[in-house]
Design a protein around this ligand. Sequence first.
Ligand code: ADP
Length: 611
Amino acid sequence: MGAALLIICSIIYSLTLLIVYKSKPHIKTVENKIFSILIILNLFGLIIELANYFLVLYNTECLLTYIISKIYLIYLLTFIILFTYYVIYISFEDSTKYKSKLNEIRSNMIKIMGFCYFTFLLLVTFLPINFSNENGVYTYGPSINVVYVVSITCILCCIVFMFLNFKNIKHKKYLPLFFFMPLGMIAMLIQNIFPSITLITSVETFIVFLMYFTIENPDVKMIEQLNIARDQADKANKAKTEFLSNMSHEIRTPLNAIVGFSNLLLEDKNIPDTSKDEIKDIIMAGDNLLEIVNGILDISKIEANKMEIEANEYSFKKLADELVTLTKGRIAEKPLEFKVSIDETIPPVLYGDAQKVKQICVNILTNAVKYTKEGWIELKISHVAKDGVCRLIISVEDTGIGIKEGNINRLFDKFDRLDVDKNVTIEGTGLGLAITKKLLDMMNGKIVVQSTLGKGSKFTVSIDQKIVENPTIKIEEAEKVIEKVQVKNEKLVLIVDDNKINLKVAERLLESYGIKSVSVDNGYDAIEKIKNGEKFDLILMDDMMPKLSGTETFHELEKIEGFNIPVVALTANALTGEKEKYLAEGFNDYLAKPINKDELNNVINKYLNQE
Ligand code: ADP
């Protein structure tokens, strides 16, 4: 009766385990599925074993005893084959060597194991079986021997597979399997020597039970799977950022030539006015393309948490003037009245990230221009000052196409453009407002949208900026818009860039200021020239060059005794923080490609226009 008691205890264990396992949420993986089948199978096996025990005990001759015994043997066979498949499956799981062939290996494995399984099934079903209830209850005979042989072979196979793929089984939690194998083997041998001890199924229960607490615990698995998913997402995100930064570089390089040459042509007196309109269109298209590239870069930077607030003192009037000039430029020939009302009492110097405040305002002003055919656009800036903080309240109202009420909360979803069918002629990516909202969130700002379809919209933004009572910047200087000036004294600039077209753009741009230049297409030649004592007033240095990068060239130049020429990084890398990176390397300044006219004016005035 001891044997029956052991089976009953095992049934209780197995049933409890099944209930606990099923009551927890799982991640649907193949191993999980196999494990849950193993639990159910084990419970089924225990019940059959118990029935078999009593049938053999009371009636060895009955047909039912024969059938139940056969079913029990089939159970044993199925369990061990499935367990073997489980071990083989996980031992390949983390394999890098077989990664590309993993599916092929697994499907071949299923075919081979399936074939073996059905062959043994036939043998177990049709080979004879004998019963004895004289010295304890047990069964014996050829069909039982088949099960023993298959089980021992399977366990040996598992051990071999696990040793072969030991390096692939990265997770320490799979190590208990090495303990289960010998355990199963010992149980098998004991059972063979003392057939009346019903040990195997209970040992299987024990193994399944241990598996639950070591390798198949749903909680641990869930955390592990989440960690794997997070790692994969991190990797994908990193790859995306790298891809975007490369793409941005690749797009900006030709764009530099397009925008640069077009700007030069626009200044050319020999070009007829009719062609100038087309040149303006080229510049506008270039600017649009640049805006798209910047938008994509910005959103990926924000999502990667790489966007930072760079607070500085700035002149509010200069910012407002820039917004007005820019919007007037965007309106150009559109029949739109541009009304501006700016509170005169706004503190002149504020502390905050002027660039981002500008980006937010430009985004909503640009949209107002884009989505308004006729009528007017109004920019209103007012403020509330309290405790040293100035709350800027900026509103942009238009008489444009308006937005459906139900669509207003979709406005800030990235890549979501409303009523695309109606806006087909208006260019856009659906990123502007998503970026605006995220920038505002970073600065604790707010945005409110009021709109009536067909009548117009009003976007109101509020941003807090600190008031600077004693500014360190000179207001007049900060407000001065630097115009393009002809450089008076003869100046010579060294341009270093591996891209021939970009060299030409820079040469021609400098020429338009009356500045002479010398170009080299690699860092070594630049170092050579300086070492030979050639004199330059400024160096414009591209960074991404083959062999010797701009940064490396710059550091080599710094080592030359008496070297004191200002060096400006001129690069198509325009990710956030890039400017700071170059300044931290020691560059005097930074110009992004395509070269912005105002920024170039600043650089020329700063380094070449001083007496
Ligand atoms: P984009 O303008 O590049 O499509 P945005 O994120 O700036 O992307 O705007 C998202 C959508 O919101 C636009 O596609 C447009 O349908 C709508 N929208 C934004 N501003 C206005 C406006 N002033 N008037 C009407 N619709 C607007």
